[in-house]
Design a protein around this ligand. Structure first.
Ligand SMILES: [Zn+2]
Length: 81
């Protein structure tokens, strides 16, 4: 099950939640202030960790599956199980 990164707009806390794609749009509870307005962040760290512009564009291009913003979710095959 993949991790998703969220940022709380109230206290600016970043936190990760391990959840399925079905729950990806469910409210994420901020561990700091218990707020429910946290927004999911696109995991750019994973994409840029390759250090290769071509692979980044490849990930962000054709492979976006609708469940993520470009190749970082389980449906895109990164951590399929
Ligand atoms: Zn918060």
């Amino acid at each position: 099950m993949p991790y998703y990164e969220y940022v709380c707009p109230d206290c600016e806390t970043r936190f990760e939640i391990r959840r399925s794609m079905k729950e990806i749009d469910d409210p994420a509870i901020c561990p700091q202030c218990q707020g429910t307005r946290a927004t999911r962040q696109v995991s750019k760290v994973m994409a840029f960790s390759h250090g290769d512009g071509e692979s980044v564009s490849a990930l962000g291009g054709a492979s976006a599956c609708g469940g993520c913003s470009g190749g970082t979710c389980s449906s895109c095959g990164v951590s399929r199980n």
